[in-house]
Design a protein around this ligand. Structure first.
Ligand code: BEZ
Length: 249
């Protein structure tokens, strides 16, 4: 399976909505003035910068050197780090994570690192894709790949747990869950589903020729148009979010 890679300019153009929706997750942190916060999977740092503006001292970490380059260029404290290899010792009042955990297979490793990074009682607040997320968008692209006779087995990986599965995982890793919910949120896509695929579907399209990529995306667009594109040509995606507020027990 190919890996997802990130192009900050493409991300800015096609994925501004991620930070837009993430702002309401960030609000769950409340007053952060004077707090030390870890932004886990900070990307280009748009939300990290909001936390700094609210008076927090924030470290942003992300596995993408390109995205961290953008965050540093914004003047943020940021470094390249894999979310499964976070190694801090009781340094943070809160860990915040938006639209990241669905990329990661090993949630156990993430939760162990976050737990150790938090001061006792520190909060872990975040949102990512929950069970059923992008079911149509993902299936249509796989259909567009399979239609060309290309094997789709193991081509697309995401970790979209149910709320009860993620609650158990949090609890077995030493967290108390204050709230956890699944939110169905049809999400407008400014650059259509094509822009979404170009930005977020690098892994499943890895190894295909330009012609095959174009054929897969066109096929998916045709399948999805009746249900995800409205009468005025505005596309949306079938997002399902898993939003949680927890603290270190
Ligand atoms: C999401 O934000 O839900 C998401 C984005 C890209 C790929 C998979 C899920």
């Amino acid at each position: 399976m190919g890996a997802q890679t990130w192009d900050p300019q493409q991300y800015r153009q096609n994925a501004g909505f991620v930070a837009f929706y993430g702002a309401s997750v960030l609000d769950l942190l409340g007053d952060v003035s004077g707090q030390r916060i870890l932004d886990l999977g900070c990307g280009d740092g748009v939300l990290t910068a909001s936390l700094v503006e609210k008076g927090a001292s924030v470290l942003g970490v992300d596995s993408s050197p390109e995205m961290i380059g953008d965050a540093i260029a914004r003047g943020l404290e940021a470094s390249v780090m894999d979310a499964t290899a976070v190694s801090f010792d009781e340094e943070f009042d809160a860990v915040f994570s938006n639209a990241v955990l669905h990329w990661i297979r090993d949630h156990e490793a993430v939760l162990a690192g976050v737990h150790q990074a938090l001061k006792p009682g520190g909060r872990f607040i975040g949102e990512f894709g929950g069970h059923g997320n992008i079911a149509a968008v993902r299936t249509a692209l796989l259909a567009g790949i399979a239609f060309q006779g290309i094997d789709i087995k193991d081509r697309y990986y995401h970790n979209f747990p149910t709320d009860s599965a993620f609650r158990s995982r949090l609890e077995s890793n030493g967290f108390t869950v204050d709230s956890i919910e699944i939110i169905h949120r049809q999400t407008p896509l400014p650059e259509g589903v094509r822009g979404w695929y170009v930005t977020f579907a690098k892994a499943p399209l890895a190894g295909l020729s330009e012609t095959q990529v174009e054929a897969a995306i066109s096929y998916a667009e045709d399948l999805l148009r009746p249900s995800l594109c409205d009468g005025s040509g505005v596309w949306s995606a079938d997002y399902v979010r898993l939003r949680f507020v927890a603290h270190r027990s």
